[in-house]
Design a protein around this ligand. Structure first.
Ligand code: CMC
Length: 435
């Protein structure tokens, strides 16, 4: 079968070139524009990468129009119902679901590497007491390079898997310690008899002076949230990890860059922003309609946090799953009065927005962060830790995408072009002659 192509013609010179249309296993056909500059002398312009595939990948597929999300071909709904976070980590990293033996070995490996180098714990003292835990995450994860990078070769596949396992194992400890440091509580060391999610809750909330048993419902909810956030193809933070890694920087530096990119409210910071918005609404005592009107007003920068998504122009499939967990927690009595009111406001907002033409016309549905913030609150996780929770879950996606890129022997340093619209060449003016 002949290759599908599109023809691009320069109307000025009359020169035409054929560009190959690359075929995905599912999703949108993709034009290979790489010969464009050499053949026609043009760059392409696509702010926000709206129409540009920055890479090939075999890890995650999502169809924003259909609201479909799959890791390695497995629908998120099935993984959420039947799998565990560590099994999903294995799947994302290695490409296949593990056998029982493989899973047991993987779980053991992760559990036995949860302790960071003891000296790393001293890093925390260098941060201000009131430092945002995401600032601590960027710093401490970057600092892992100084402990573990020297023995690792980023071009050695088995070293890359070691780096991936090390990061997945240590990130909950690093994250929980960021919280403990800011509250002045002693660091809790992980316990090997606890599951991944239980261990995180233990390190967050246990005290050396008392027994602590993680709540099984909370641990299950956390495991599910981590599955839902594990990967999301080429989003801003993942693209940052790839771009950083493309310069052959080490894995820890690349992941630290990803954490920085995740921090902003348009990406991972949205769950924190959702709870702040809901709290503001409740505390203002003003009718919800006032906030809806503000969100629609183009002269007002206010947006409904937790609504809209760059790629889901239908319901975010993760939001559907997580919404149910929110209800389960509510029914179990785990959500106290303050949280209950926030949840009610969230439900009212969801209802109004889903019926309002402004939101309907623009396909603005609640996204996963709309609900995850409420669940984290119910778990007793402080608002400032919400984005850290996202980083903790997404580490497996970032490191697997980095590993996939580094396994490609055709990979080149990422180096976008630009459309320059600044001054053209001009002569230097001595300071005494400037007006
Ligand atoms: N509230 C009110 N209006 C909105 C909102 C919102 N949350 N989101 C988009 N719009 C409007 C926007 O004003 C624009 O209107 P118009 O066409 O009249 O100019 C239209 O919808 C399209 O918006 P956009 O900004 O072009 O869409 P985008 O794809 O560039 O932005 C987004 C996507 C997620 C940044 C944006 O929807 C947003 O800021 N949402 C709130 C923050 C949020 O919840 N972020 C979490 C994203 S999910 C987590 C993740 O995967 O990282």
């Amino acid at each position: 079968m002949s290759k599908k192509t599109v023809t691009v013609t320069d109307n000025e010179t009359g020169k035409s070139i054929e560009l190959e249309v690359l075929q995905p296993s599912c999703g949108t056909e993709t034009i290979d524009i790489s010969p464009l500059y050499k053949e026609l002398g043009y760059f392409t312009y696509d702010p926000g990468f709206v129409s540009t595939a920055s890479t090939w990948s075999k890890i995650t597929f999502l169809d924003g129009d259909e609201g479909r999300l799959e890791y390695r071909g497995y629908p998120i709904e099935q993984l959420a119902e039947k799998s565990t976070f560590l099994e999903v980590c294995y799947l994302i990293l290695h490409g296949e679901l593990p056998t029982a033996e493989q899973l047991a070995a993987y779980e053991q490996k992760i559990t036995r590497h949860t302790l960071p180098h003891e000296q790393l714990s001293k890093f925390y003292n260098g941060f201000r007491r009131d430092a945002h835990p995401m600032a601590i995450m960027v710093g401490v994860v970057g600092a892992l390079s100084s402990f573990y990078h020297d023995n690792m070769d980023i071009f050695n596949p088995s070293h890359r898997i070691d780096a991936a396992n090390l990061l997945v194992a240590k990130i909950p400890t690093i994250a929980a310690w960021a919280h403990r440091y800011s509250t002045g509580k002693p660091f809790m060391y992980p316990k090997n008899d606890l599951s991944y999610a239980e261990n995180f809750l233990y390190m967050m909330f246990a005290m050396p002076t008392e027994d602590y048993k993680p709540d099984p419902l909370m641990a299950k909810a956390l495991d599910l949230i981590m599955i839902l956030h594990a990967d999301h193809e080429q989003n801003a933070s993942t693209s940052t990890v790839r771009l950083c890694g493309s310069s052959e920087a080490n894995a820890f530096a690349a992941i630290s860059g990803g954490i920085g990119a995740l921090w902003g409210p348009a990406h991972g910071g949205a769950n924190e922003a959702v709870v702040r918005m809901l709290t503001d609404i409740v505390e203002s005592g003003k009718p919800l309609s006032e906030f809806i009107d503000r969100a629609k007003d183009k002269n007002d920068p206010f947006r409904l946090m937790g609504f809209g998504h760059r790629v889901y122009k239908n319901f975010d499939p993760r939001a559907k799953i997580i919404r149910k967990v929110c209800h389960d927690l509510l029914q179990s009595g785990r959500i106290n009065n303050t949280h209950e009111r926030l949840f009610e406001v969230a439900m009212e907002l969801e209802k109004i927005a889903l019926e309002d033409d402004y939101f309907k016309d623009r396909n603005l549905y609640p996204n996963v962060d709309f609900y995850s913030g409420i669940i984290f609150l119910a778990m007793g996780i402080p608002t400032s830790m919400f984005t850290v929770m996202f980083a903790l879950s997404r580490t497996i996606g970032w490191i697997s995408q980095w590993n996939e890129m580094m396994s490609d022997n055709k990979v080149r340093i990422g180096r976008p072009r630009q459309l320059y619209i600044g001054e053209t060449t001009r002569d230097y003016v001595p300071i005494d002659q400037r007006s």
